[in-house]
Design a protein around this ligand. Structure first.
Ligand SMILES: [Fe+2]
Ligand SMILES: [Fe+2]
Length: 381
C-alpha cells in the first residue's frame, strides 16, 4: 500500500486524473483485443503526459475477474499493465470497486493484490462494514496539515431484491462510518468540516435532478430513464454541462447517502463511473455531481469519444475545478473501431435507426395508399 502522504504541490495545486470504466480483459492477443488495449494505452499515456496528474483514480469496473484465473496471475497482469503507465512516472493510483468487480465474488484476493502494490492507495479501512473499497485519504499542506480530503466508497453490486432496485445501495453502516470519520476529521480541523470530494462507482439517485423531462421536439437528444424510470425521457437541464448519452443507472431507492453528505457539510463534489456514455456535471443543493464516462474501448462506448476527467484542487482556496478531455481532444488516431463506428455516437445511431424505421414505415404506408388507389380505380372501371 502507498505509505506516503498525499501533498499539495509548491504552487498549491493537486491534480487528480479520473479514469472511468476501463473493463480491461484477458484478451490482448487477438487483433481486435490488442487494438483496443493499444488505443487505451495511447490515450492514458497521453493523458499522463499532457495533464501531469498527481494521482490517478480508477472509477470501478476495472478488470476481468474470474475463478478460472486460479492463482490470480492474469488479474495481476492486467492491473500491472494498466497502472505501470502511471507508476513508472511516479504517479500513485487509487481504485474503487465497481459492480462488475464484485460479480465473481472474489473481492478478497483482488484487495490483497491491490494492497500489496507500493503505489496503490486502495485499502479496506474498516473490515466490519459493508463493501471493500471504503477508505479516505487527506491531502496535506507542506507543513503537514490536512487541507482537503478524498473519500472512496464501495457502492456494491446488485440489490438483493431486484423488484425493489436493480443496483445496490451504499448501506447504513457505510454511511455511519463516513459520518463518524468525517466528525473525527472535523475535530482535527479546528471544528470545521474538512472540504472533501467523493469517488464512487454507482451514481446517487439525486443525479436525476440534473435532468428534466424532455419536450416532444427534444426527443432526438433525449435519453430514456433507467429501470423504474424506463418510460420517461430526459434531457440535461440548461444550467448543467456535459454529454448525456444514457439515463443514469443509479439504484431505484434512496439510501440517504446524499442527505448525509449535506448534513455533514464536508462534501463539495462527488464523481461517479458506471454510466459509460455520460460526462454530465451540475450542482444539486450545492454539491457538484459529475460523471466520468468510460476511458477505454472494451465496453460499450461512444464512438471514438472515451474521455478522462481532470480535477484540480487548490490548497489556498480549498476549492477545485474539473475538466473533461476526450480521446479526440488529444488528436489521437483510433485503430480498434471502423471509420463509421469512430464517428457516430450511440445516441446518433439510435436516432438514425428511429429515422430509418420512420422513413421505412412512411414509404410502406405511401405504397399501400398508391396501391389502394389503383385497385379502387380498376374496380370503378
Ligand atoms: Fe462499467
Ligand atoms: Fe458498473
Amino acid at each position: 500500500m502507498y505509505d506516503k502522504n498525499l501533498t499539495f504541490n509548491n504552487d498549491g495545486s493537486f491534480r487528480i486524473l479520473c479514469l472511468g470504466d476501463v473493463h480491461e480483459n484477458f484478451d490482448i492477443e487477438s487483433e481486435t483485443g490488442r487494438a483496443k488495449y493499444l488505443d487505451m494505452l495511447k490515450f492514458h499515456s497521453t493523458a499522463a503526459e499532457m495533464l501531469k496528474p498527481d494521482l490517478v483514480v480508477y472509477m470501478g469496473d476495472i478488470c476481468e475477474v474470474t475463478a478460472e484465473d486460479e492463482d490470480f496471475s492474469k488479474y495481476r497482469a492486467q492491473i500491472d499493465r494498466l497502472t505501470k503507465i502511471f507508476t513508472e512516472r511516479g504517479i500513485p493510483f487509487a481504485t474503487i470497486m465497481g459492480n462488475h468487480d464484485h460479480d465473481a465474488k472474489l473481492e478478497q484476493p483482488q484487495m490483497q493484490i491491490l494492497e500489496s502494490m507500493d503505489m496503490c492507495l486502495t485499502h479496506c479501512k474498516d473490515k466490519n462494514i459493508t463493501g471493500y473499497s471504503n477508505y479516505y485519504y487527506p491531502i496535506y499542506s507542506k507543513d503537514g496539515k490536512a487541507k482537503f480530503n478524498l473519500w472512496f466508497f464501495d457502492s456494491n453490486n446488485c440489490y438483493p431484491d431486484s423488484e425493489v432496485s436493480k443496483y445496490d445501495i451504499v448501506y447504513p453502516d457505510q454511511i455511519e462510518w463516513y459520518e463518524k470519520t468525517a466528525a473525527k476529521l472535523r475535530d482535527e480541523n479546528d471544528g470545521k468540516p474538512l472540504p472533501s470530494i467523493v469517488f464512487q462507482h454507482i451514481p446517487v439517485i439525486e443525479e436525476y435532478q440534473l435532468l428534466r423531462k424532455a419536450k416532444p421536439h427534444e426527443m432526438w437528444k433525449a435519453v430514456r430513464g433507467h429501470n423504474k424510470l424506463v418510460n420517461k425521457w430526459f434531457v440535461l437541464k440548461d444550467e448543467n454541462k456535459g454529454y448525456l448519452g444514457e439515463g443514469p443507472c443509479s439504484p431505484d431507492i434512496n439510501c440517504g447517502q446524499f442527505e448525509s453528505w449535506k448534513k455533514t457539510g464536508d462534501v463539495k463534489a462527488a464523481f461517479f463511473g458506471h454510466d459509460h456514455m455520460n460526462n454530465i456535471e451540475g450542482k444539486v443543493d450545492g454539491i457538484l455531481l459529475a460523471q466520468c464516462k468510460t476511458s477505454a474501448f472494451r465496453a460499450y462506448t461512444d464512438g471514438a469519444r472515451p474521455a478522462v476527467r481532470l480535477i484540480t484542487i487548490d490548497e489556498n482556496t480549498q476549492s477545485f475545478d474539473t475538466q473533461v478531455y476526450s480521446f479526440k481532444d488529444f488528436g489521437l488516431k483510433c485503430t480498434c473501431l471502423g471509420p463509421i463506428e469512430q464517428r457516430i455516437t450511440d445516441r446518433q445511431s439510435i436516432n438514425a435507426t428511429i429515422a430509418f424505421r420512420a422513413a421505412a414505415a412512411g414509404a410502406a404506408f405511401a405504397s399501400i395508399c398508391i396501391a389502394g388507389e389503383k385497385i379502387y380505380r380498376l374496380i370503378k372501371k
